[in-house]
Write a protein that binds this ligand. Sequence first.
Ligand code: HEM
Length: 397
Amino acid sequence: MTTTPVRLPEHLIHPFAPAGRANPHPAYRWLRANDPVHYDAASRLWLVTAHADCATVLRDPRFSAAQGQRERARDDALPPSMLTTDPPDHHRLRAPGALLLGPAAVRPLGVHLAADVDALLDRLPTDRPVDAVADLGRPLATAVYARLFGLPAEQLQRFEALARAASVNLDPMVPPARAALGRSAAGALTHYLDGHTTRALLEGLRVPLTALAADDRLSRAEMLGVLNLAVIGGWQPLAESIGNALHLLLPDRPAVARLAQADEDAARLAVDELLRLEAPIPFTARVTTERVELRGGELPPGARVLAVLTAANRDPDVFTDPDALRLDRNPNPHLGFGGGPHFCLAAPLVRQTAALLLPRLVGRFPALRGPAGAPDWDQCLVPRRLRALPIDLGGEL
Ligand code: HEM
């Protein structure tokens, strides 16, 4: 175990400090190289930054997600969920979730989502600059949930407002007053989803939500927990992944041109590479149930650990030229979707959705450009997100 706490050198800003949030990568690079299992005295968290060690944190049963996510779950405000449960209970809660988010549930949505993407691009404003966050990412994410849940058009605004407000629960470091708002928003979201599920079943809607709701392996509260987690854990990361991706992609004109011509497989590789470089969920929490020896150092029992996915995703031991965007990187064992038993249940849906949007967008607007100057990163830590990304469509093909 490290006896003398290691400190970041003076010229590097702590990634959680307000000034360090815009570009945490230099600090994470230093930690990965110099103190890959780092005790951060300010937050009293252990930051694990190397890929091999992060993979262990995610997969090894000596790291408890139930204990690690407890703070984020904020007491009893959220219903029970697979994310806050360890195996074997975890499997019982997760298995039925495949009815909502598994490949067989989401593949048939592809044709509808393609139509939604085309309609979204048709509706892009021409009288003002387009904001990739507000005009693309958010409506796309809402369209995805409309298909998953069978939401009627007249309720999309309400759903989106609830999803945005409840997403505060994703960030473990928001100030207490905002956390309280997030708690009550999560309650309102559950109430809404409960009423919507009852209506959807009565109307006989055939959507992934009703397939899950009709399954008897989960209690009503547990089923609502899955829906709630899908919204709180997914709506904002999905919405924000679009701005993050375009911020990386647009300056690289050859990459834009290649993506415009990409088939589905190539587009999915591109999506993974974009998620590797700017993961919307930059880290996730666990607690050790006993002493654990990682490659980069030792952890005591009861250690509050962050697997820093965003640092692991740029580990030069695993990724050649790790800070470069290579749309055809394959294999790409990034940890942007996590790993092990809690691997993102919606990864197929996220890949499918972004792979529909990005080639269509740059194919239709080949001169599309991002803003000059520094990106406008939001202060929140989870998800990593841009406040806005004004883009110039530059004329339709
Ligand atoms: C770009 C978008 C997304 C990213 C980067 C992402 C990332 C992640 C990560 C890193 C985890 C693992 C957390 C942990 O191990 O502690 C996770 C879990 C999960 N994600 Fe996603 N996610 C995204 C979108 C979504 C969406 C759209 C949904 C639902 C519609 C969703 C549903 C879930 C669920 C249910 C889990 C928990 C799985 C479990 O505990 O077994 N995610 N996601």
